[in-house]
Design a protein around this ligand. Structure first.
Ligand code: CA
Length: 522
């Protein structure tokens, strides 16, 4: 990457072969500005938007990341603003004939000696938080559980100082759905696997209504919950069923939930943090509210950090099908084996068919905010999104709602790009640390797992000083390198994993769990 550092003006060209650069200055640059190269701007170019570095004839490929992000619909003079109306978007790459495991990067040298203070679980996983998660089978019970959780927090939690929080795993699934449809497996296994997230310490309790389609035994079949040696051997599935005859009136339901919660709180409260190797981190990365800086500052720093995580033996998941689809050839060639490449192709083909069923408009991702931030189309957005994955080989692929099963290294967890659905599916996969980059700004947070938020621009980091945990805009300002920012992020992950709270945690900003249900509702 080529950053031209100057007091002003400042442009960023990602790859030396690129024929456009983006304007980095706050507020953009006016027409007539002379760039350090001598090029004079023909138009006013907003911040994050592209300027043509050379004369582009009609039909010329516009290159960013050394990839055609579009074709000029008319001749574009050097120094002009290259906005989305001047570009024809390339077609999506066919899934046939893709290169498979062709790129063999030199193995990254192992990093040793990094640790954090985590909660070790009976199944071998490690929590970064010690939370009581209350699983629900159906939305019908949500109000009652919410009421009970408020009382548990105010009356009981102060008695259990080693428990971080109590969280209701609320969702809109469970009834009124085609529960035997083949794709129903996705929301069902998502809910099951979220209940088993490392941050819940293996303490599963379920609140059920009674008549719902998603019965507790279907959600949690026998054998799913590992019984730890600390538990009594009769500990089966711990269910509070609101329709049970024992419940007379609302308050008796609340009392039942509180009584059951107490047993789990006692066990959780007996746990302590212990020093564990950094390899126990399971980091989910994603981006939302992206701008043209996402792929220049925050996402490359996340990519550098992802390589550090792979080097310590940890697990890093990247996701967001629609944001990697246009870079599929890069990813199948980076797969560690042809089988992993085939699994990537299988997930993309499934998702293509899913989108086609709904007659999706390919131009619907990018959002209006993305475009305002300078991203012309999904191809440009995809290139900036994929850099979050760093440079390691892709060692595994998870289907939506699947849980990691001992895989380490860089994993592609197939999810929609929707922030809430992606985060929910990464929780199901077993994420114990979340990193979220944003350029336009989002106050995103999860109750189940710490979220480190990374601003792509200094302007956003300044305005949202008590929401953004890291300012990767310093890269565009020329004050920090991508490597320095990546190391800073890695260190912050170890601190947050050990209990340091993120801004979203301090303000208790929690977005809803949103299940991915590709099956019909009834
Ligand atoms: Ca996203």
């Amino acid at each position: 990457m080529n950053t031209v550092v100057a007091t002003s003006p400042l442009t960023i060209q990602i790859h030396e072969a690129d024929n456009v650069a983006i304007v980095a200055n706050d507020g953009g640059l006016p027409a007539g500005t002379v760039l350090p190269s001598g090029l004079v701007l023909k138009d006013k170019v907003p911040q994050g938007h592209k300027v043509a570095l050379v004369d582009l004839p009609a039909e010329a490929a516009v290159l960013r990341y050394n990839v055609p992000i579009g074709y000029a619909v008319q001749p574009i003079e050097a120094g002009s603003w290259v906005h989305e109306r001047l570009l024809r978007m390339p077609e999506a790459r066919e899934l046939e004939g893709l290169p498979k495991a062709t790129v063999k990067p030199a193995p990254l040298p192992a990093l040793e000696g990094y640790t954090f203070e985590g909660f070790r679980n009976a199944d071998g996983s490690v929590g970064t938080r010690n939370i009581l998660g209350i699983t629900t089978t159906v939305q019908c019970v949500a109000g009652v559980v919410e009421f009970a959780v408020k009382r548990i927090k105010s009356e009981m939690l102060p008695l259990y100082p080693h428990v971080d929080d109590v969280v209701s795993l609320e969702h809109t699934y469970g009834c009124g759905v085609a529960i035997d449809a083949p794709d129903a497996i996705i929301p069902i296994r998502t809910l099951r696997n979220i209940s088993l997230n490392p941050n819940f310490g293996g303490e599963v309790m379920v609140v059920s209504l009674g008549c719902e389609k998603l019965q507790p035994e279907r959600l949690m079949p026998p054998g799913v919950i590992p019984i730890s040696d600390q538990r009594d051997e009769h500990a089966g599935l711990d269910v509070v069923c609101l329709q049970d005859n024992e419940h007379v009136g609302f308050m008796s339901m609340v009392e039942s939930i509180m009584k059951t919660a107490r047993r789990h709180l006692e066990r959780l409260n007996a746990r302590r943090r212990e020093t564990v190797p950094a390899s126990e981190l399971v980091v989910g990365v994603q981006c939302g509210g992206s701008d043209a800086f996402s792929g220049v500052t925050a996402n490359p720093a996340v990519g550098f950090c992802a390589d550090l995580l792979v080097r310590v033996g940890a697990t890093v998941m990247f996701s967001e099908n629609t944001e990697v689809r246009d870079g599929i050839a890069q990813l199948t060639s980076r797969a560690s084996t042809p089988e992993v490449a085939d699994a990537m192709i299988r997930e993309m083909a499934w998702y293509d068919a899913y989108l086609q069923r709904g007659s999706v408009d390919r131009s619907a991702n990018t959002t209006p905010g993305n475009k305002k931030g300078g991203l012309s189309n999904i191809v440009e957005k995809a290139m900036g999104s994929i850099v979050k994955s760093g440079s390691a080989p892709i060692s595994g692929v998870l289907s939506p709602g699947d849980k990691l099963n001992g895989q380490r290294g860089l994993i592609y967890a197939a999810t929609p790009a929707s922030d809430f659905i992606c985060g929910t599916l990464q929780l199901a996969a077993g994420m114990n640390m979340h990193v979220f980059t944003t350029g336009r700004g989002t106050p995103y947070g999860l109750a189940e797992c710490p979220v480190i938020k990374v601003a792509t621009r200094s302007d956003l980091a300044r305005r949202w000083h008590d929401l953004m945990d890291i300012n990767a805009g310093l890269i565009a300002d020329g004050e920090k390198s991508i490597a320095e920012m990546g190391w800073e992020m890695f260190q912050m992950m170890l601190d947050v994993a050990s209990g340091r709270r993120t801004w979203a945690e301090r303000h208790q900003l929690h977005n809803a769990l949103v299940l991915f249900n590709p099956a019909p509702v009834t």
